[in-house]
Design a protein around this ligand. Structure first.
Ligand code: HEC
Length: 323
C-alpha cells in the first residue's frame, strides 16, 4: 500500500540521505515526533485523564520501544513508518490529515532511514555516558529512583552484544539483559557496562559467558535484580559471595558451575528466593536439605527431573527463567 504512494521525490531523498551519515535520533527524529506526534502520543499527561492515543507514547525511547511500532532494520514492516507514509486519503495516515498530516517528504525519508539503519537511540559508542562511579554499591543503586532507563546506556550495552528488553509493555523502567548469542565473547569488561543502567536491571542472563568471580562484583550491585542465570559459567563460591546484597533475588540458576555447599549459608539469607537450580555442581543433597529448612517454600533443584525434560531446554531463550 505504501510503496505505491512513494513518490520519485521521496526516492531521490532516500538516496541522498542514505549516502550521508547515520540519522541521529536526538537531533533529527525526536524533534519530528515532538512537534508532529506528541500532542496525541505522549505519556506525560497534561490533564489527568489524558492517555496517549492507541496507548502509544512517542516522547521517550522507552515509550517507542514499548509501543511495538518498530522493526529495527526494516522500515516497511514498522508501524511507525507505515503510518506516516500512507496516502493523504487514507484515514490511517499519521498525523491525521486534519491534524497536521502528512509529514514532509524529507521527514518521512529521515524516519525511514533511521529505522532501516537499526532505529538506534544513540550512537552506542558509550561516549558521553561518563565513568561508572568507583564507589557505586548496592545501597547507592537501591537509592536511585527507577525512571526511564538511560537510552545511551541501553544502546551502549546493545553495541557490546547484549540484548536489552523491557519486562513488559507497561513497565518500561524494568529491563532484562542477556547475552544469548554473544556469550562466547562476553567478559567481565562488557558485563561491567551494565552498571550504566543499574537501577533498571531486574533480570540478567549470563549463562555460558566468560563471567568470573570478579565480574560478579558488578552483578552484586544490581540492587533490584530478581532473576540471575549463571549456568555453565566458571564461577565458584567466591563469586556467589558478591551477591549477598541482592535482597530481591528470586531465581538463581547455578547449573554446571563450580559452586559447593559453602555457598548455602549465603543463599539462606536471600529470603525472597523462590528457586535455586544447582544440578551439576558440587552442592549435595544433604546440603540442600539444610537450605530447605531456611527456605521452606523455595524450589531447590539438584537433579534434572526425569518427569520434566524442561530442564534440558536451557538453550531455548524463551524458557530462560522458567526451567
Ligand atoms: C491528532 C492526534 C494524533 C497525532 C497528531 C498523531 N497521532 Fe498517531 N494515532 C492517533 C490515534 C487516535 C490513533 C489510534 C487510532 C488509529 O490507529 O488510527 C493513533 C495511532 C497511531 C499508530 C498506531 C499504533 C498502533 O499500536 O497500532 C501509530 C504508529 C501512530 N499513531 C504514529 C503516529 C506518528 C508517528 C505521529 C506523528 C508523525 C502521529 N501518530 C501523530 C492520533 C494521533
Amino acid at each position: 500500500m505504501s510503496s505505491k504512494f512513494i513518490s520519485p521525490v521521496l526516492c531521490l531523498l532516500s538516496v541522498a540521505l542514505s549516502s550521508g551519515q547515520e540519522v541521529d535520533y536526538k537531533k533529527q527524529i525526536a524533534p519530528i515526533l515532538s512537534s508532529k506526534c506528541n500532542s496525541c502520543h505522549t505519556a506525560k499527561k497534561r490533564e489527568t485523564d489524558k492517555k496517549p492515543k492507541a496507548g502509544l507514547a512517542l516522547d521517550t525511547p522507552g515509550g517507542i520501544r514499548a509501543g511495538g511500532v518498530l522493526e529495527p532494520g526494516d522500515a516497511s514492516s514498522s508501524e511507525l513508518y507505515v503510518r506516516v507514509s500512507l496516502p493523504k486519503t487514507d484515514d490511517e495516515l499519521m498525523p491525521p490529515t486534519d491534524d497536521g498530516g502528512p509529514l514532509s517528504a524529507k521527514e518521512i525519508a529521515l524516519i525511514k532511514k533511521w529505522i532501516d539503519d537499526g532505529a538506534r537511540f544513540s550512537s552506542g559508542s558509550g561516549q558521553g555516558l561518563g565513568e561508572i562511579a568507583a564507589d557505586l554499591d548496592v545501597a547507592k543503586v537501591m537509592a536511585m529512583p527507577m525512571r526511564e532507563p538511560n537510552a545511551d546506556g541501553v544502546a551502549h550495552l546493545e553495541g557490546l552484544g547484549a540484548t536489552v528488553s523491557q519486562l513488559a509493555v507497561n513497565l518500561p523502567q524494568q529491563l532484562a539483559v542477556e547475552w544469548i548469542s554473544t556469550y562466547h565473547k562476553t567478559t567481565d569488561k562488557e558485563i561491567e557496562q551494565i552498571l550504566h543502567i543499574a537501577p533498571n536491571v531486574v533480570e540478567v542472563d549470563l549463562s555460558r559467558t566468560k563471567v568470573t568471580d570478579e565480574g560478579l562484583k558488578h552483578i552484586g550491585k544490581l540492587a533490584r535484580l530478581t532473576h540471575l542465570n549463571l549456568s555453565r559459567t566458571q564461577i565458584t563460591d567466591k563469586g556467589v559471595a558478591h551477591l549477598s546484597g541482592l535482597r530481591y533475588l528470586e531465581y538463581l540458576n547455578l547449573y554446571g558451575t563450580g559452586v559447593s555447599n559453602d555457598i548455602l549459608p549465603v543463599l539462606a539469607k536471600h529470603r525472597k528466593l523462590k528457586a535455586v537450580y544447582a544440578w551439576k555442581t558440587k552442592i549435595t543433597q544433604e546440603g540442600l536439605s539444610k537450605l530447605r529448612k531456611a527456605l521452606p517454600d523455595a524450589k531447590l533443584v539438584l537433579e534434572t527431573d526425569a518427569k520434566s525434560n524442561r530442564y534440558d531446554n536451557l538453550d531455548n531463550p524463551d524458557n530462560k527463567f522458567d526451567f
